[in-house]
Write a protein that binds this ligand. Structure first.
Ligand code: G
Ligand code: G
Ligand code: MN
Ligand code: NA
Length: 255
């Protein structure tokens, strides 16, 4: 139970930090945005992965608090980078299925945070997993629709790992598909995976959606998807998730 006690104080003790992974435009090979990824630096446990503490936060009922902290930090930072002349970058924030389910809280938080940060809603994107959407498709479609009507972008994260039928896609108000990195890992040796990327791009196009490919670790992997019509990429080949100071160095080099 100790992890719960510690996590319960993580926000007030200022132990959370936001890391950023750059997202690169396939056409211009420039940074067009970044994914925000939360980290917990616990004095007693060291660095704890969100894989470990997000489920705990969900069980404890404090995921909305962490989500709001993340959103607030992400929007404030992105606004500051715009003021510093780095352009209109898109900040992509992961949403827990529970946050999506409690849409009144979410929509209120988003309104507050956008007003406070002065960030253009078009610069904010939420990532939701197939699973989160498929838990309650009708409700999710309404929530995503409300967010999207405010100008916020929606991406389906880890696409291809869940059980959502392709037919469902057209019913969701979604701007982007992020192809899961499991399809990229062995793309050098598997023609099947290149074909999957091609098919997803084709499908996304016919629904007016953009495509992101995650988990690019090597130049060869990048070469393999280069001619598939993907819009944007991210992965360790470009950069791992980094603290804001390092992200700023990447942005400086980008100009
Ligand atoms: O960066 P990485 O290994 O640490 O992320 C691990 C997992 O944690 C990923 O599935 C990612 O989507 C999730 N994650 C990272 N940051 C957040 C966050 O702010 N909110 C939620 N709900 N999930 C996050
Ligand atoms: O589930 P989601 O896609 O939000 O998870 C993002 C996770 O993927 C983070 O843990 C991040 O650190 C990790 N990640 C980002 N790029 C790469 C990559 O190129 N290779 C691997 N193995 N993990 C990556
Ligand atoms: Mn993600
Ligand atoms: Na993903």
């Amino acid at each position: 139970k100790a992890i719960e006690r510690d996590l319960g104080h993580a926000i007030e003790n200022d132990e959370l930090e936001l890391f950023y992974q750059p997202i690169i435009d396939m056409g211009g090979h420039r940074i067009i945005g970044m994914e925000a990824l939360v980290r917990w630096f616990s004095p007693s446990r060291g660095l704890v992965s969100p894989v470990e503490f997000i489920p705990v936060a969900e069980r404890m009922g404090i995921i909305a608090d962490i989500g709001k902290w993340v959103l607030n930090r992400a929007c404030a930072q992105t606004r500051a980078w715009r003021d510093d002349g780095y352009g209109e970058l898109t900040i992509s924030v992961n949403l827990s299925p529970l946050e999506l389910a409690r849409h009144e809280d979410l929509i209120e938080s988003v309104g507050d945070v956008l007003a406070r940060s002065g960030l253009d809603p078009h610069q904010l994107q939420f990532e939701v997993t197939e699973g989160a959407v498929m838990d309650n498709p009708r409700e999710a479609a309404i929530t995503l629709g409300i967010l999207r009507n405010q100008g916020i972008r929606i991406a389906i994260d880890d696409f291809g790992t869940g059980y959502s039928s392709l037919a469902y896609l057209k019913r969701f108000p979604v701007d982007k598909i992020k192809i899961d990195r499991s399809f990229i890992i062995d793309i050098d040796s598997s023609d099947g995976n290149a074909a999957i990327v091609r098919a997803v791009v084709f499908l996304a196009r016919s629904f007016g959606m953009a495509v992101n490919v995650e988990g690019i670790e090597t130049e060869t992997q990048l070469d393999h998807i280069a001619s598939e019509g993907v819009d944007e990429v991210q992965g360790f080949y470009f950069s791992k998730p980094v603290p804001s100071g390092e992200m700023e160095i990447l942005l400086k080099a980008n100009i």
